[in-house]
Each structure stands twice: as C-alpha cells, then as structure tokens.
Design a protein. Structure first.
Length: 348
C-alpha cells in the first residue's frame, strides 16, 4: 500500500535514545501561529508532486491527473513527478525542490501528493518553511505524507489535509469529501457511513468506544509508524491539549504496541485531550507464542489516559477516506464515534 514501511527494531531503538529530550515538550517544536491555506475553487490549478516513493506504473500518474481534471481543476505536473532514484521519486533535492516550487508558484492553489510509500521525512530539512508561511495552500495526502503534515504544522503553522492521494481511489465518497471540504468549505461532521449491505447488522465501518466523552482540540497525528519515526526531532508537533488521530497498515500488533509505547514514554500520550484511531489495515498477528489483540493494546494504552477515545473512524489505508484538517480545531464524541470541525480551515 501507499505508506513508508521502514520502522525496524534498530530505528525504534535509535529513536528511544533521544526520547527523554522530548518528554514534557523540551525537544518539540515551539507552537507556531496557525496559518490557514488559501481557499480552492473549481477551475483553480493544483500541483501534482511525488515527495516519497517512485511510481511504478506511469498510468498511475495519468490517472491522478485525470482525477483532478474530473474534479474541475487544472493540473500542473512537478518536473520530477516521474523520476526515480532507487525506491524514491528522484533525489531528495529534486523532490524538495518540486515541493518548494509548488508552494512558491502563485498560480498553484493546492498541492496533491500522487502517492506515499517512503522518503518524505528525508525532505524535512530541505523545505523553505518561511516561504511556505508566506504562500499557504492546501497540501493533500496520507500515509508517508504524515511526515510533511507534521513538519508543515510544527515549522510553519500550516493546516494541511490528511486524505486520498492522487493515484488512489477517487470513488464517489472520496470525491464528495473533496468537494465538500475544499469547494463548499463545509464545517465537516465526520461520521462513518452507515450501510449494513446485506448483513442484518452493520459490520463494516463500525466505531467502538474505548473511553466515552467529548473533547475539543487541534487535530494532530496521521500514520502511526511515520509519526513515531519523527520522535526526538523538531518536526514533531506539540501534543498538549490536542486530539490525536492515528492509522496504520501491515503492522503486526506487537509493533503497534511498541509504537504506542514510544508515544507513551516520550510523554506525548499523557498530554492529549482525546484519541481517534482509524483503521489498522492488515494488522494481523504473526506466528509464535500468540499476541495481544489490537483491542487489548488500545485498551492498555488509551484507557489509562482517562480521555475520550474511540477506534474505527474512516481514516487510513481504506478505499473510502475522510479528508481531515491536520491542525484544525475539532470536537470529538467518543460515544457517538464522530468528530466535527469547529472553525473554518481556509482563509477568508
């Protein structure tokens, strides 16, 4: 799937060496004044960039371009969109240069990442955050793009959007989310689709309350493994009073447990006001002596926080995805399994 699958034991061990610096927020980025992106309208120009892994099939790039055009937008292709250097879509300088250029281009009103995979974190020291603050615009993507979302928020204060990638599925649900968030600029209510299909009771898209209650705060997070890989760096946002949302793919439960332990040990979990876990797709236990289940792991880590928490939101490596504002103010209701925007997330 479209996610950087790069965390191993050595990486987590290395991150752990610097985690004490982050406890209490000492190594976290200083809070920046929140910057809202420019609004997007039909007929505007969007830039397609590839900040992470290379695209294997050129058809995927064509499909991404056609999807944006079908949404009523003009498209500008980054110069290195189809480049390759090993598993990456070009060198770090090329990919960062494409992203910086799209932010600086006054004709480009939004930036859509064509895929995730791996490699976005390599770009973080190369981005021109002051120029980005001066030219705030929509950035859309998920999975490995989590690294960009958190860097833009912590270093530039920019609200960006966790949601479908350009080469992903633009089914009716995702296209509707795009139009409502970006064109209609709705204060979105995020409630899972209620559709039992031919089942007597609904099985798909069920939410499960971990700890009931409501909470308000700024939404931060994204892909769990990519987020944890930022531990100890200045690109991790401040977690104090935030609503933390998470998702992942192809991670055994013991790895999910280890990553949540990392967030606990660095002090992040103890600072949040609420937790929304989306989907952990293909997160099945392996062989051996057995495994904790994901529900057990979530209960172990989230229940002691005594803050509202639920799982099963339509966020993650799934066909139908919410488009959510990273850095936007939201209110969550863990009993109902919903959250909603409290304020506009665009200028004007």
């Amino acid at each position: 799937m479209h996610r950087r699958h790069f965390l191993g034991s050595a990486t987590l061990a290395a991150a752990a060496l610097v985690l004490p610096l982050a406890h209490g927020g000492a190594a976290l980025a200083a809070p920046r004044r929140r910057v809202l992106p420019l609004p997007l309208n039909p007929g505007d120009t969007v830039g397609l960039v590839s900040p992470s892994a290379a695209t294997d099939d050129p058809l995927d790039l064509q499909l991404a371009q056609e999807a944006m055009q079908a949404l009523g937008l003009k498209v500008r292709l980054a110069p290195h969109l189809a480049s390759r250097r090993g598993h990456l879509a070009g060198s770090d300088a090329e990919r960062a240069g494409d992203l910086n250029a799209m932010f600086a281009d006054r004709e480009v009103r939004a930036i859509v990442c064509v895929r995730g995979g791996s490699g976005a974190a390599r770009l973080l020291p190369l981005l021109d955050y002051e120029a980005i603050r001066r030219n705030p615009k929509v950035l859309l993507g998920y999975s490995d793009i989590t690294a960009l979302h958190n860097a833009l928020l912590s270093q530039a204060g920019l609200v960006s959007f966790h949601g479908p990638i350009g080469s992903g599925s633009w089914n009716a649900f995702n296209a509707d989310q795009f139009r409502r968030v970006f064109f209609a600029r709705e204060l979105m209510q995020y409630r899972n689709v209620s559709d039992p299909g031919d089942e007597l009771v609904q099985r798909r898209n069920r939410t499960v309350t971990i700890t009931g209650g409501t909470a308000r705060g700024e939404l931060v997070g994204g892909n769990l493994s990519v987020l944890v890989a930022l531990a100890g760096s200045r690109y991790l946002p401040d977690f104090r009073g935030k609503i933390l949302f998470l998702e992942d793919v192809s991670e055994a439960p013991y790895r999910v447990d280890r990553m949540l332990s990392t967030l606990k040990l660095m002090g992040a979990l103890d600072q949040v006001a609420g937790v929304i876990f989306g989907e952990c797709t293909e997160c099945d236990p392996g062989g051996g002596f057995g495994s904790l289940t994901l529900p057990q792991i979530f209960d172990d880590h989230f229940k002691p926080l005594k803050v509202p928490a639920y799982r099963g939101a339509m966020i993650g490596h799934i066909r139908q995805q919410f488009i959510v504002p990273v850095g936007g103010q939201v209110e969550m209701d863990a009993d109902a399994g919903t959250f909603r925007m409290l304020e506009p997330v665009f200028q004007g």
